[in-house]
Ligand binder design. Sequence first.
Ligand code: WTA
Length: 632
Amino acid sequence: MANFRIQNLSDYESSYRESIEQPESFWDGIAKNYQWQKPWDKTLEWNFETPDIKWFLNGKLNITENCLDRHLEQRGNKIALIWEANDPKEASLRFTYRELHQKVCRMANILKELGVKKGDRVCIYLPMIPELAFATLACARIGAVHSVVFAGFSVNALADRIQDSGCEVIITSDGLNRGAKQIPVKSVVDEAVALCPDVKKVLVVNRINWPVHMETGRDYWYHEMLTHVGDTCHAQTMDSEDNLFILYTSGSTGKPKGVVHTCGGYMVYAGYSFQNVFQYNESDVYWCTADIGWVTGHTYILYGPLLQGATSVMFEGVPTFPDPGRFWQVIDKHSVNIFYTAPTAIRSLMASGVDHVLAYSLHSLKALGSVGEPINEEAWHWYHTHIGKGRCPLVDTWWQTETGGIMISGLAGISELKPAHAGQPLPGIQPILVDSEGKEIEGEGVEGYLCVKFPWPSMIRTTFGDHERCRINYFATYKNLYFTGDGARREANNMYRIIGRVDDVINVSGHRFGTAEIENAINQNKKVIESAVVGYPHDIKGQGIYAYIILAEGTSQDNHSRDEIIETVVEHIGRIAKPDKIQFVSGLPKTRSGKIMRRILRKIAEGDISALGDTSTLLDPLVVDEIAGGRL
Ligand code: WTA
């Protein structure tokens, strides 16, 4: 039977083989490494048509018992979480497993007092402060389903998410620190709640002493409620397939959808993938720079590391405050051994020059990771050379909100490194490349649409409140396959290179947006008649947002209109979705049936106007010349 820990290449190879030949007994063996209140009686039932996926059927567990209680005897005094503040002058905080257990239990007791019960959805709209970790785990403790919303999202984006998932309780803070700025948070929640009549309670953490309005009977201070709750809380018994969390992510059509993950399979895969990709050792300090508002923070700041009894760093700040050496200073300060960040951060720090790096020793580092978007070779080499000093393995981890955990990646120190290549699939993962008809493309040196042909424990189960959408988005494109939305290339030795999205999703600084989602926001501006959004290559962000906009007659095509439109996007989605370029046009290239030909707009935005391809099916081919001529 395969070992939980992969220690060398032949372990990987034999685990992979076993996981393909006998997936059920393989995952049985892995799952036995966790603490179950009652063992499962069947490992897997699946059907990719409906879709209907169940792992570890009738198993009973609580993921927080595995993240916390299970470690108390052996690691009670080990540091579970190191919290580093935005401002380097503010003291960092350390929580042992015992302390974290108490904090989570107390938060859980507060939630119970606010009326939260098993199965209820709780929205968490918090900056990267320790209470975000406590709140997330507290929900899991009592069987409530957390829906963490990144604290940079706007009122409307927050309200949409609260309503879609039917949250009646929100956990938030007065405000947040971001570099040199302080930003109000509770006021955003107040405005969102005004749009969500079902919200009953709001729990508020005081982070920056920002003056806030507290609505009697609805709003409660966390620090006040803390004074009278106990520090133990029974861990709710959960079925393997009970919902653990909802996390919203953008797709190619419509509003963001709530990806649902369930308790058992997610737990099994989060711990297993964390352990093996990063090759975590008991005394290592591990730091993932993501925000817990995204899936990377869920799986690889909280659940994965805590399941493995690791010490995980949580950082409130930004890479450039007070200067672009901040990441490297934090690595030295906490003797970080394993560092996991996004290519966009690397590219922006690269642009600030290597002097900021040379000021620090970085000698504690043993392994590096990358996530969120393809890492270009230049950034890969800079990261490997200047941060890893050429001695640390760099794992490029490909996965998605929907996959719950890392799918294709090197294993630190074990796998062959190849710049810009994610690498081989983890045990249990069966990728397949297909052509546009869904026919398998076999062999090496081939490219195609990346799909997965067999279930893995942490895969998406549904999209909240709309199962049909889950089916159409992921399981209807190609029969009996999970479709990722990415294109990929396979080289010798089952090595994959991810090319990028092949749908109308753009990846801006590692954040996913649907082009339709941004267009909808832009169209809310009264001056806008119609818009079309595409991605284009951006040196730092990976992809930038390029918007072609038709303005109402009589509106001036000036920077004032541009600013107003940007403000509308900020209001409807958030600062992270601001268009980088806005080109005013008199028309859009449409086919006779009225469909916008995005391929042409993409080419123009990329500056590739010599190869616009066939424009003969266009209603008005002249519009293409005008747009190409006015390109920004
Ligand atoms: C992209 C983030 C290339 C990909 C964990 C995917 C990557 C989308 C990589 C998911 C990588 C993520 N190399 N592309 N290592 N990691 N992506 O849901 O297009 O925010 O489909 O999950 O990011 O983004 P999500």
